[in-house]
Structures are given as C-alpha cells and as structure tokens.
Design a protein around this ligand. Structure first.
Ligand code: 0O2
Length: 209
C-alpha cells in the first residue's frame, strides 16, 4: 500500500464518518425542539440529558472484526448500525416512552429496529429502550440516509448502566458471580426507584405528568 493510498483511504473514512456526525446533529435538533416546545406548553422538561458520539475509527474496526463484517464502507454501512449514537436520559419511564414516540413518529424518520430492554431487561439487569432510526441528511452531492442508534433511559437506568459498564471493562467481561448478582439486584432497586418517583410525580402533577 502506497502513502497516497493510505491518504485516500483516510479521507474516505473521514467523509464516511462525517455523514454520521450530520445524522447526529439532525437528531439533536429534533430532540432540542421537542424539549423546548414541551417546556413552553407544559412548563416541564422531559429530558434530563442528551449525549451523542460517533464511534471512533478504532472502535468501529474492532466491531467490524468482532461481527465478521467485510472491511469495505458499503458493508460497514449496511451492518454496523450504531456508528452514530445518541443517548437520551429522562427523569421518568413515561417520558422515555413519550420521547421515543414523538421522535420515531416524525415523518422523515424511518425506524429500522427497536429493542425494548425496559419491557424485557437483559439477563444482567440492563434496561433501556433502543431504536435504530434512519434520518435524511442533505449534502452537496444529494440526499443520503444515515442510521442513528438512539438509547432512551431514565436517570436511574443510566446510573446503573454506567457502573455496570465500568465493572464489565475492569473485569474484562469476566465479572465474578457475586458482583453479577449484586448488579442484577441493583437493577431491580433502580426500577423500584423509578416506579416510586413516578408515583410521587403523579401525586404532584396528576396522571398526565
Ligand atoms: P458503547 O461504548 O456504548 O458504544 P452490539 O452493539 O452488537 O454489541 P447489539 O445487540 O447489536 O449489541 O446492540 P444493543 O443490545 O442494542 O446494545 C448496544 C449498546 O447498548 C451498547 O453499545 C451499549 O451502549 C448499550 N448496552 C447494551 N447492553 C448493555 C449492557 O449490558 N450494559 C451496558 N452498560 N450497556 C449496554 P456498545 O457498542 O456495547 O458500547
């Protein structure tokens, strides 16, 4: 491989990843519009926090290898759907569902996949609502469609997931049984807290929240 080829490849990858960056911006704008409008209409902010990231080239290539995907941009585009990721953290489970519906029902959004780990938590206790959605992005070369993985969760679910993530990496995926059990218990404590906070919230704001 010549130096020119490496340079060309790097440019291709940069342009490829840039489209995902644009996809994130579209979703972030949609979320901030929903938040601001909600605040205006109901004097209430259903979103606690939004974070987003484009996968780094290293982490993308690691996933490509792990999933056995061919190392060309078309295959990567088709098979890796979380290159662009947005995490929406809400106070209450009802807001998670509300935001999910408001975003996925927009008519320029196509839902490719939904994984409801709130209705069906993972065996380790993980809870979140995931959607892979496609969003149009308009470039000088024309319209393109970009997949973005959006994770909706409550503050309690987010608290749990960030600790679990650290533990998982600390033990290099081989988490001791005792910790696995405690994590599962902590996940149900988090779910109980969510239910309890929702009840309190309803007492103050009524069933519509
Ligand atoms: P990061 O660093 O957040 O990007 P896969 O993406 O193929 O490994 P799958 O089944 O295709 O897994 O996707 P899934 O289940 O929708 O999960 C994708 C993302 O959800 C993960 O991305 C995490 O962000 C989050 N997630 C899923 N399961 C867990 C879990 O058990 N614990 C925690 N803490 N997070 C989880 P990445 O790429 O793994 O990580």
């Amino acid at each position: 491989v010549t130096a020119d080829q490496v340079k060309a490849l790097r440019q291709d990858i940069q342009r490829f990843l840039l489209q995902y960056e644009f996809g994130l911006r579209e979703i972030e704008t949609k979320l901030s519009i929903l938040r601001d409008e909600f605040l205006e209409l109901h004097d209430y902010n259903p979103i606690e926090h939004v974070s987003s990231r484009v996968k780094s080239p290293e982490s993308l290539l690691e996933k490509v290898a792990r999933k056995g995907v061919a190392r060309d941009l078309d295959s990567i585009r088709a098979h890796i759907t979380d290159i662009a990721g947005v995490r929406v953290t809400c106070s209450f489970v009802a807001d998670v569902h509300r935001l999910f519906s408001l975003l996925t029902q927009q008519d320029d959004v196509t839902v490719r996949e939904v994984k409801d780990y709130i209705a069906h938590p993972k065996p380790n206790g993980y809870q979140s609502l995931h959607a892979v959605i496609e969003i149009p992005v308009f470039l000088s070369t024309g319209r393109t469609s970009v997949p973005v993985e959006v994770q909706f969760r409550t503050i309690a679910m987010d608290f749990w997931a960030s600790l679990e993530h650290k533990i998982y990496y600390k033990y290099d995926a081989a988490v001791p049984d005792q910790l696995t059990t405690e994590l599962r218990e902590a996940a149900s404590t988090a779910a109980e807290l969510d239910a309890r906070m929702a009840r309190l919230h309803r007492q103050i704001h009524g069933p519509q929240g």
